[in-house]
Write a protein that binds this ligand. Sequence first.
Ligand code: SF4
Length: 367
Amino acid sequence: AVNLGLPSVRRPRRVSRQVMVGSVPVGGDAPVSVQSMTTTVTADVDATLRQIAELTAAGCQIVRVAVPSQDDADALPAIARSSQIPVVADIHFQPKYVFAAIDAGCAAVRVNPGNIKKFDDKVGEIARAAAGAGVPIRIGVNAGSLDPRLLARHGRATPEALVESALWECSLFEEHGFRDLKISVKHHDPRVTVAAYRLLAARCDYPLHLGVTEAGPLMQGTVKSAVAFGVLLDEGIGDTIRVSLSAPPVEEVKVGIGILESLGLRERRLEIVSCPSCGRAQVDVYTLTDRVTAALDGFPHPLRVAVMGCVVNGPGEAREADLGVAAGNGKGQIFVKGEVVKTVPESRIVETLVEEAMRLAEEQEEQ
Ligand code: SF4
């Protein structure tokens, strides 16, 4: 965790086994990793690799690809070979694709026991193939595709039903001596998700992949995921996260990284401390904030930048920022470390902030 000089109230990290997803450790003392899933047709190797490259550039550490057909399975070797980050094959209905994914060099395989009908009698074979290749398996239980037997017994996808499904599936692998597993128990309701992962965390030592399934569009999905992951990670539960959004997967990665940064589990790069605007504002705060964010996106050093709509409260409210602007009267007061260093016309605010940011970065590099 990032040391913020704050008293630690977070519960200690849950003790879990560690599995290796290619080069990325998951569980144990490994940092919580961020993953996403491609939206391209997997069989379209070029498009899938292009999207994986975009995700990698955004900070994605593990990528999952869906394998619903033989054409997709056939594309896996090329994708696994050329991807910059470990590739997880997502298999729902066909155990034969699990073997194809392992042979293709995928770093892990995700199976959904509720969906693989003839799964039970294949477990031994899968366990042997995965163990031979050093490939971990994720048992991914989703509320929407829970085993019908469990659904009938519990009436609906309760936390207990989700956990029972996952642990039952794990036990089948354990019978074959295979414990290179990680688990997810996703529900669309963040409260059920939290309850399910708490239960699961207490009942096994496998690393946990956190997710709120079908979380919705960008705004709603972000809120749901932040609520569920915030609670769980603060309790020390969770080893890798995937934010599910009805939005381009790059957004999932940005939100996932933002959640980890907000929890102090990862050092924040660019933080924009912008005011909400009010009747005192002397500039269009929303537009200015968007322009400053875009201009400094990808800045390679930790940087907290304040964007304040007026000079009355601006610099005071943003004293802890590295640099910032307080707008007023068609001008911008530029301040660095709480001190006003210059005043520039409104049209030059963004470029001046970028110049000052570069100056700060040079100073940091010299230190
Ligand atoms: Fe209002 Fe100024 Fe505070 Fe922004 S900085 S919310 S404009 S008082």
